[in-house]
Ligand binder design. Structure first.
Ligand SMILES: [Zn+2]
Length: 421
């Protein structure tokens, strides 16, 4: 007897990979950047042109659409029972100033390709499907990033979202009001039963492993610190080494010890970055008075992230004591590890396996709208490799074959999820 999985596999509609690729390239030509990438900053004219293009395509399918108060777009593919909350798919169409053609765009246009496929084959799911384009994911024109999904999930207030200013002092609120995409709906008017997001990995793992896709079971957490070591500024000549209170020596001792602790992590999962290192009033022949470091630590396990925090505090204290300086640790941000919905991760894994692809599980190194959405809706993600792990760059590239494979997996997983009793 054939398994139900086998039947589903035979019944699964085949997406059109050429159509998907052509749409990706057409979207990339809206707001083209000098070296073959795209420039569609959130709510800029180019972003609005990209949104309009998406709606033109969706309207050709007979889809209706709505926007919420953050300008997030919800395009509807009706189901058999439209009283049920929809299953959503999506990502973002906005880009970095010199952005690529796939970051975000792939997730949106893969969803569109699923809609086109179902439409052409006359397939309706039990629950309706919704394609979402989240506003201002990149955070490049307006900070913070992932703003639209932040408002949707109520992790960012509408006031803070609207108050963000670009470099010309235009607020996001003003740009949104002018865009024609400001709606009045909130999450309570648009509840989702589930959310799936396909995205390029933006890292090297899948490419290095030679895998066409990865099932993302969560997103690594991070903690940000400003650490200041303060000592006594003094003349480089007359001050003997044993009488110095040199904050730079404390800082460099701390950095080396922290680096060693992170490298001792056998799984190679811990991440440590010192993104900035400032010496107050630097001068060659003066012992610095103060040194400030900007530190970013990350891990895929919340307990291990806590351990990194403990280690960091221990090293700061030890090296401040060694040099006889004081130390101040200011924690600026703690984004806990995100764990996606186990049953959706399973849906994606089974869909991949049924098509003959290994369901390789991984954690995301970067934040995504899916992180915000996961706080209010069962969520999971799918990654494909991008060449050299490069993104936020005009050279960003994903293979057509990988885009197609992942869109097929997405299609099959959406059908499973949206047809579930
Ligand atoms: Zn993205």
């Amino acid at each position: 007897m054939m398994s139900t999985q086998g039947l589903q596999m035979l019944a699964s509609p085949k997406i059109n990979s050429e159509r998907l690729w052509a749409s990706l390239m057409e979207m990339a030509s809206i707001g083209p950047s000098p070296n073959g990438g795209s420039r569609r900053l959130a709510l800029s004219n180019e972003d609005l042109d990209g949104r309009r293009k998406l709606l033109d395509w969706a309207e050709l399918l007979g889809c209706t659409w709505q926007t919420d108060q953050a300008g997030n777009m919800f395009i509807v593919h009706p189901g058999h029972d439209n009283n049920l909350s929809p299953v959503a798919v999506g990502s973002h169409l906005d880009t970095q100033p010199l952005g690529g053609r796939f970051d975000g765009v792939l997730g949106v246009l893969a969803g569109l390709e699923v809609f086109r496929t179902l439409n052409e084959q006359g397939i309706k799911t039990r629950r309706p499907l919704v394609l979402v384009n989240w506003t201002n994911e990149e955070g490049s024109r307006f900070a913070p990033a992932m703003g639209g999904s932040g408002v949707y999930s109520q992790r960012l207030s509408l006031e803070d979202f609207r108050a963000a200013r670009d470099k010309d002092s235009i607020t996001l609120g003003e740009a949104l009001d002018e865009s024609g995409y400001k709606g009045s709906l909130t999450r309570h008017d648009l509840p989702l039963a589930a959310y799936l997001e396909l995205h390029i990995e933006q890292g090297p793992i899948l490419e290095k492993k030679g895998l066409p896709l990865g099932i993302v079971s969560g997103v690594q957490g991070l903690r940000w610190y400003d650490i200041t070591f303060t000592g006594d500024s003094a003349h480089a000549g007359p001050t003997p080494m044993e009488y110095r209170h040199d904050p730079l020596m404390a800082a460099t001792g701390f950095i080396e010890a922290m680096r060693q602790s992170v490298r001792d992590d056998v799984d190679g999962i811990s991440r440590l970055t010192i993104g900035d290192f400032q010496v107050a009033e630097p001068s060659r022949n003066v012992i610095p008075g103060a040194v400030t470091l900007q530190v970013d630590v990350r891990h895929t396990d919340e307990n291990a992230l806590q351990q990194l925090d403990d280690t960091l505090r221990t090293h700061v204290k030890a090296f401040a004591e060694r040099e006889g300086v004081s130390a101040d640790i200011r924690e600026l941000w703690h984004m806990p590890v995100t764990y996606f919905d186990a049953s959706l991760v399973e849906d994606l894994s089974s869909a991949a396996q049924a098509l003959g692809y290994p369901p390789f599980r991984m954690m995301s190194g970067a934040g995504h709208d899916a992180v915000n959405v996961s706080y209010v809706t069962p969520t999971a993600m799918l990654f494909i490799p991008c060449r050299g792990g490069i993104s936020h760059n005009e050279r960003e590239y994903a293979e057509p074959e990988h885009c197609a494979i992942a869109t097929q997996v997405l299609c099959d997983a959406l059908l499973r999820t949206a047809n579930r009793e």
